[in-house]
Design a binder for this molecule. Structure first.
Ligand code: FAD
Length: 422
């Protein structure tokens, strides 16, 4: 999957943790790994503390690994754009020769089956053009079926951007972590930086400067002892609210279960096809393995507590696969009906939790407590936004950028947005 010929390795701490580093990162998902990369590049000594035995093994492992510039706001679009620039040149920019992120730029195709959705799509494309995103195509139904003959006659319009696509998010997270572990090989790194990873270690407390709850955070208490640092950053995904509460601050995260149907082998899937989305229901699939991943983001799913193991529910698969279901993939492409009638080959479900914030945008930068920062709350976009978000979180931490200029700062005014179908 990754790095043929790469001689570098992840630096895992066996035994006692270092007593002091420059930055402690709580959580070794893609946000924590990306933070370690940018902090090590900026010359900081970093310790990433991850409760699980492996990095990128909770929410990040469940992701679809898709990225798109087709967003409804210029700020998130900028985060993804920065990421895609890095991903397309990842081996050179990280010093990891041969590191393969499995990037497939096959596009994102949002399909409208009603006039209301088609009108919303036209408005969105006009908005995106205003952000400078000029390569999103608006395509009528006949042209959609000429280009993708498997699609249904009921599609009246689609919006498509060919440069959007998919990435192997585990390879990306491991790439960030491996590059951070070997920071002397990052071409533009400042001297002295590096990262170590403490795996199977839980952060359960914060060390405060002086008595009381308002003193600066100067370290963490873990299941393997105490570590001191000038700065600590919470990148605990759906657990960020719980970790913040230990420090006495509110990190508003609403964990919400999302599942992914994996069909490892399905000859009906055109492996060159885009991520194909039903604007009416949010159901979508994308080519993966020798089959596909298929998903649906149901806005009715209740918010829950963060989970260590996220359960799956077979009814989720039926709602996508049974042509009688209102959210069936067969609404988009008739071949899905054939697949159901023939009998769907071997499939399984994976699940994680979206880490929704009140406005479905990330939380980056300092908290109200001196020495404590966040990089979290990506609300389902944490793979595609990982590079842009982590780079900004680190720039804020080292004073390279000003908090007042950061649109994703903790104390921004919250403006509720329409639900994103993904
Ligand atoms: C089904 C699904 C599909 C998705 N598809 C996409 C997609 O196509 N594109 C995209 O961009 N995003 C996608 N996402 C969203 C993306 O996966 C997340 O936004 C991203 O993985 C969040 O990364 P993270 O590092 O913040 O969280 P996580 O990956 O959850 O990492 C947080 C880590 O913190 C650790 N931790 C928590 N508490 C502690 C503690 N006290 N001490 C030590 N460690 C702790 C956890 O064990 C965990 O490993 C999807 C998500 C799901 C669920």
């Amino acid at each position: 999957m990754t790095g043929a010929g790469v001689s570098t390795e992840l630096r895992v701490v066996d035994g006692a943790l270092p007593s002091r580093v420059d930055l402690i990162v709580v959580g070794g998902g893609i946000a924590g790994a990306a933070t370690a990369f940018y902090a090590a590049r900026a010359g900081l000594q970093v310790l990433v503390v991850e409760r699980r035995a492996e990095i990128a093994s909770l929410t990040t492992a469940a992701a679809t690994g898709a990225f798109r510039l087709q967003h409804d706001n210029a700020e998130e679009l900028a985060l993804v754009r920065e990421g895609v620039d890095l991903y397309l040149d990842f081996a050179a920019r990280t010093g990891l020769d041969g590191w393969d992120l499995g990037i497939r730029q096959q596009g994102y195709l949002f399909c409208a089956r009603s006039e209301a959705s088609a009108a919303r799509a036209r408005e969105l494309v006009a908005l995106q053009r205003g952000f400078g995103l000029t390569d999103v195509e608006l395509i009528d139904g006949d042209e959609v079926r000429r280009r993708w003959p498997m699609l249904a006659p009921s599609i009246i319009q689609a919006r498509f951007r060919a440069g959007d696509g998919f990435i192997d998010q585990i390879a990306l997270a491991r790439g960030y972590a491996t590059a951070a572990s070997n920071a002397d090989r990052i071409p533009d790194a400042l001297p002295g930086g590096g990262a170590q990873f403490a795996l199977g270690v839980e952060v359960h407390g914060f060390v405060r400067d002086g008595a009381g709850v308002s003193g600066a955070v100067i370290g963490v208490e873990t299941s393997r002892g105490t570590v001191h640092a000038a700065n600590t950053l919470i990148a605990a995904g759906p657990w960020s609210g719980v970790v913040g509460a230990i420090a006495g601050i509110d990190v508003p995260i609403a964990p919400t279960i999302r599942q992914k149907l994996v069909i490892p082998e399905l000859p009906d899937i055109d492996q060159s096809a885009p991520m194909t989305i039903d604007d009416e229901t949010g159901s979508h699939w994308r080519p993966a393995l020798a089959g596909c991943y298929a998903l649906r983001t149901d806005p009715a799913t209740p918010v829950g507590e963060p989970l260590l193991e996220v359960p799956t529910d077979a009814a989720y698969a039926t709602a996508l696969l049974d042509p009688a279901s209102p959210s069936a993939l067969a609404n988009l492409a008739p071949f899905w009906g054939e697949v159901w009638r023939r009998g769907v080959p071997s499939w399984h479900l994976m699940a994680g939790q979206y880490e929704y914030t009140p406005d479905h945008r990330p939380l980056l930068g300092p908290t109200a407590l001196a020495g404590l920062h966040v990089n979290t709350g990506y609300s389902g976009h944490g793979v595609m936004c990982s590079a842009g978000g982590a780079r900004r979180a680190v720039d804020l931490l080292i004073g390279r950028s000003a908090v007042a200029d950061e649109p994703f700062r903790m104390d921004r005014p919250i403006v509720k947005r329409a639900h994103d179908v993904l």
